[in-house]
Design a protein around this ligand. Structure first.
Ligand code: ADP
Ligand code: MG
Length: 339
């Protein structure tokens, strides 16, 4: 007798949720990524009780077509890639089609979305993966997504949630990363009604740096610029005097995606070399642009880690451009002293 069965969609979604939705901040990350992919220029995030009670993300992006609203919650349903070859040239933040079904499997979701500006919208309510309501509604173009009572039906996971302050810390980190990677998008983050972050969305990265790290930090930043055959670098690094006790303020952004890369961090630290006191780290936002085929983002479900095709060239560019801008700084005070 055969013993192997293909799991039904509901169980498969709950299993996937375990990977995609680790905590409230993962929900925020996925919803904000969707808002950006939809071309939103305003993204508002409002959370209650560290996101454990509710998470609401609204955007003024493309919205979801009425006939796609339910499909969006199917597993592996995505509008972002169509062919296998697209996987090697990813230009969107999402592409796996896993977030919405995973989130909906472990929470109570309410979605209001309009794909045009004729006021016609759709409202959808899903609880624990079950469709409770789908009806016509009225709204302006864009998407308004609310996630309530995360993990209400997975008590084991709920037990692992930390304090409200810790969960909120993770959510703020997600928003900081998004804002630093997308200075052209106006973000707000509110917690229990209090505004914690607000960016203007005018494309000015220094304004975002000031909103996150403070104006004195922003004033200590030096602009980066450079390019090699395959890569372009921009962004800001702090003057060596402005240091921090950990690496958390080193951000690397590849084609608009915040990434973690040991190699990029090392290239940056190598450029500072002896300029930094021991165990002190700079504040940096390194933005890299490259052809999408030169970076593999399909390494991990959270897509934080990436692989680069021509690492040596890239790391060299990073090191050289930072050295160049720091070198100018070191020379100026010396020149002044000699006068
Ligand atoms: P992915 O982002 O990997 O495509 P998701 O499960 O996150 O998968 O979303 C499924 C689909 O739902 C997306 O491909 C997109 O078409 C649609 N969608 C989700 N959120 C939004 C949004 N805020 N605005 C417009 N479309 C959205
Ligand atoms: Mg997505």
């Amino acid at each position: 007798m055969s013993k192997i069965r293909v799991l039904d969609e509901h169980i498969a979604n709950q299993i996937a949720a375990g990977e995609v939705v680790e905590r409230p901040s993962s929900v925020v990350k996925e919803l904000v990524e969707n808002a950006i992919d939809a071309g939103g220029t305003r993204v508002d995030v409002s959370v209650e009780e560290g996101g454990l009670q509710s998470i609401r993300v609204t955007d003024n992006g493309s919205g979801i077509e009425p006939e796609d609203v339910e499909t969006a919650f199917y597993r592996h349903a995505t509008s972002k890639i169509g062919h296998g070859r697209d996987l090697f040239q990813i230009t969107s933040l999402g592409f796996r089609g896993e977030a919405l079904p995973s989130i909906a499997a472990v929470s109570k979701v309410e979605l209001l979305t309009a794909a045009g500006d004729d006021g016609r919208a759709r409202k959808l309510v899903i609880e624990g993966g079950k469709l409770m309501l789908h009806e016509d509604a009225a709204a302006r173009q864009g998407t308004d997504f609310t996630v309530r009572e995360l993990f209400y039906n997975t008590p084991a996971r709920l037990k692992y949630m930390k304090t409200i302050q810790t969960e909120l810390g993770h959510i703020s980190d997600v928003l900081y990363r998004m804002a630093l990677s997308h200075p052209e998008v106006a973000f707000t983050l509110r917690h229990n009604g209090n505004t914690l972050l607000q960016t203007l969305g005018n494309g000015d990265l220094l304004q975002v740096i000031a909103a996150i790290y403070g104006t004195s930090a922003a004033k200590s930043m030096l602009p980066l610029e450079g390019e090699s055959l395959d890569y372009r670098i921009s962004g800001f690094v702090s003057r060596p005097e402005w240091t921090r006790s950990n690496r958390n303020a080193i951000s690397t952004v590849v084609n608009g995606r915040f990434v973690r890369s040991y190699g990029l961090n090392q290239a940056l630290l190598k450029a500072y070399h002896t300029l930094l006191p021991i165990n002190r780290f700079p504040l940096a936002v390194i933005q890299l642009e490259m052809h999408p085929s030169l970076v593999d983002v399909n390494v991990h479900p959270a897509k934080l880690e990436v692989r680069f095709s021509k690492e040596t060239e890239l790391f060299q560019l990073v090191e050289d451009s930072i050295k160049a801008v720091l070198g100018q700084q070191v020379l100026i005070p010396k020149a002044v002293k000699r006068e």
